[in-house]
Design a protein around this ligand. Structure first.
Ligand code: PEP
Length: 252
């Protein structure tokens, strides 16, 4: 019922040459066993045009890693990217609430909720990242953190706009660290997130995809993605190598 989604978050990595090679590798390898998985990539915005040109007409979708909180498609917001601009570039997805944005750019739950509502309002699919720090996990606060982050977004969006969104559970202690949640730890949190959706928006609970993110690699993807409530992966470092990323896509 839920088609797996494997999404590559390239973060602030790449050059025109490196991205050309990565896109060549992705498009060349797509034929081999990737048809049951939806695939998306999130390049740095400055390379969106290059990515769109290479992927237009392929089965790989693309999106941006961040958008401006201001509504509308133009204005005096130096350095920002409007949601309407992401739509204009054919983006299907927009990342929102990534832990790096929350921690390094002080994005509060309120800011994340405002962005989520704007993205949904443009008919783009928000990929909402949630997850606890190591200290929060050790204090037993994983679900209270995740539930607060998800609740802020669901409180801030018109229910009519909630027809398609993706949640990425990304324990902060597993991002870029090489430490992965065990498949059971991921499944436990994913099941609880689905339980929260049942309470808040019951018609969305069974069909909303909940991705796992945090040091996913080809070598651990099968076990993590084999869990009942894990519907794909948000992949950082391993998405910068076409073969590794495609191996994760095949595992889904
Ligand atoms: C991420 O940036 O969303 C991520 C999961 O990174 P990594 O796979 O490198 O841990």
């Amino acid at each position: 019922m839920r088609k797996p989604l494997v999404a590559g978050n390239w973060k602030m990595n790449g050059s025109r040459t490196m991205i050309a090679g990565l896109l060549d590798g992705l498009t060349a390898g797509l034929t081999e066993g990737c048809d049951k998985t939806e695939i998306a990539v999130f390049p740095p915005s400055i390379y969106l045009s290059q990515v769109k040109d290479a992927l237009d007409g392929s089965s790989v979708a693309w999106g941006v890693q961040n958008v401006c909180t201001q509504e509308g498609e133009a204005g005096a917001y130096t350095g920002e990217t409007a949601v309407a601009m992401a739509a204009d570039f054919g983006c299907a997805y927009v990342l929102v609430g990534h832990s790096e944005r929350r921690a390094l750019y002080a994005e509060s739950d309120a800011v994340v909720a405002a962005k989520f509502a704007l993205i949904a309002g443009q008919n783009l699919v928000p990929v909402l990242c949630v997850g606890e720090t190591l200290e929060e996990r050790e204090r037993g606060e994983t679900m209270s953190v995740v539930s607060r982050q998800l609740g802020a977004v669901l409180d801030g969006v018109d229910a009519a706009l909630l027809n398609d969104f993706v949640i990425a559970y990304e324990p902060v202690w597993a991002i870029g660290t090489g430490k992965t949640a065990t498949p059971q730890q991921a499944q436990d949190v994913h099941a609880e997130i689905r339980g929260l959706l049942e309470k808040r928006c019951p018609d969305m609970a069974a069909r909303t995809r909940i991705l796992y993110g945090g040091s996913v690699k080809a070598s651990n993807a099968v076990d993590i993605l084999g869990q009942l409530d894990v519907d794909g992966a948000l992949v950082g470092g391993a998405s910068l190598k076409a073969e590794e990323f495609l191996a994760i896509c095949r595992a889904a």
